[in-house]
Ligand binder design. Structure first.
Ligand SMILES: [Zn+2]
Length: 169
């Protein structure tokens, strides 16, 4: 049997910002879209770089795919695909980027970023500049009202799909 390696860099759950968000009532109310037990989908908290910038978390505190259990490894591809479809359905973007560093919080959180062809600020690594500009306050964040409206629509799409992001294109 294959030994699943430990994640020596993963902080204990009590010190983890992602674990805290999962149980924080305000964060759940404002940004959480849904969870199927393995994965939790949420909108990027304020300040959000873009409306529709979603984040797919592992529910379990783990540092990245290297630490997946077999059931998590088997389910990950479908979860990423369905969450990406949701980003596209919500925003009308042409493409959806998927980026995970797991550095700010060493708990797997996959950024799903709406990429619009007409917006050069969202192209490839330019989106990292956009992210830093919003974080530093030199570029306005997404309108929280627009984000709230989008989260409400996302929950409806999630619920209509039967408790999980099972949207098809
Ligand atoms: Zn965690």
């Amino acid at each position: 049997m294959t030994q699943v390696p430990s994640q020596p860099s993963a902080a204990p759950p009590g010190d983890c910002g992602v674990c805290r968000l999962h149980v924080d009532p305000t964060a759940r109310h404002r940004w959480q879209i849904g969870s199927d037990g393995l994965w939790l989908l949420r909108h990027h908290p304020d300040p959000a770089p873009l409306a529709g910038w979603l984040i797919l978390d592992a529910v379990r505190h783990l540092g990245g795919p290297i630490a997946f259990r077999p059931d998590e490894a088997a389910a990950w591809g479908g979860a990423v695909q369905r969450a990406s479809w949701l980003v596209q359905a919500l925003t009308g973007c042409e493409r959806v980027y998927a980026i995970a560093f797991g550095e700010g919080a060493r708990h797997l959180h996959l950024h799903l970023i709406p990429r619009r062809e007409r917006d050069a600020a969202t192209e490839a690594w330019a989106v990292a500049d956009l992210y830093r500009a919003v974080a530093s306050g030199t570029r306005p964040a997404a309108d929280p009202v627009a984000v709230a409206e989008l989260v409400a629509r996302a929950r409806g799409l999630w619920g209509a799909a039967g408790g999980g992001p099972t949207l098809a294109p």
